[in-house]
Design a protein around this ligand. Sequence first.
Ligand SMILES: *[C@@H]1O[C@H](CO)[C@@H](O)[C@H](O)[C@H]1NC(C)=O
Ligand SMILES: *[C@@H]1O[C@H](CO)[C@@H](O)[C@H](O)[C@H]1NC(C)=O
Length: 291
Amino acid sequence: MYPSMRSSVTASISLCFLSLFSLSAFARPATFLQDFQVTWSDSHIRQIDGGRAIQLVLDQNSGCGFSSKHKYLFGRVSMKIKLIPGDSAGTVTAFYMNSDTDTVRDELDFEFLGNRTGQPYTVQTNIYARGQGNREQRVNLWFDPAADFHTYTILWNHHHIVFYVDDVPIRLYKNNEAKGIPYPKLQPMGVFSTLWEADDWATRGGLEKINWSKAPFYAYYKDFDIEGCSVPGPANCASSTNNWWEGTAYQALNALEYRRYKWVRMNHMIYDYCSDRSRFPKPPPECVAGL
Ligand SMILES: *[C@@H]1O[C@H](CO)[C@@H](O)[C@H](O)[C@H]1NC(C)=O
Ligand SMILES: *[C@@H]1O[C@H](CO)[C@@H](O)[C@H](O)[C@H]1NC(C)=O
């Protein structure tokens, strides 16, 4: 609703106060350019809604990518994503945190693998800790992630790493350093996203190829929210137990979250490296029950 001509001056003054107020009262979510920069193919990332949302484009010329301007050591990152609709087979949309180091890499991955129209999107997650990855899990989404925006979140604190789809934890990796299991905690990580073509492996193991006659493909992102200790930044931030993401409510899944987590594992998980005996005749230590 627009103010009438007569009151437009007062209206714009009060609107101005209003936006000043909301800026300080609700500092998050941020606009794209506050926290992020384009890293790959400027022409394929379009800002919309005054920079509060973006459109990522994949066509035969290029995919695209962006990254956070800063790195973070512990915190919570979330964004709302609306994936490519219809025939998205062969496309991969990724949202991940990465230490950006070659040898001793830490990485927390969400990868959305497209599919033929009507077939479910697969979310693959992976965790690299102190240079070692190979911890893939796959879940088929129980809704159409292209019909609407959904929130995808990575929580990373001293106690565990949790991947959430909306309010549902789909992946949990506990800090079991005491049992000799590597946990990412020394290196800050940046936040990254990419949209690209990977039809040699993404959909049904590479059987389903991308249909370029459907291009360009579009994915949408909004509500960028990074809360964590930025590095460089105050040196004592990451170890402070006062950070909200280290609080009691975030140290373990609550009963409801745990039920949801079990539900996903029972009904929607299609692959778990922990039970892949051809790759791991002896299950990796973090997979052993009770950890
Ligand atoms: C695509 O759909 C097929 C058939 O329903 C399913 O087996 C597969 O897990 C889905 N996801 C991918 C990435 O192939
Ligand atoms: C690719 O898309 C075109 C146009 O919609 C369609 O006619 C064709 O059958 C599709 N090819 C495959 C392999 O799905």
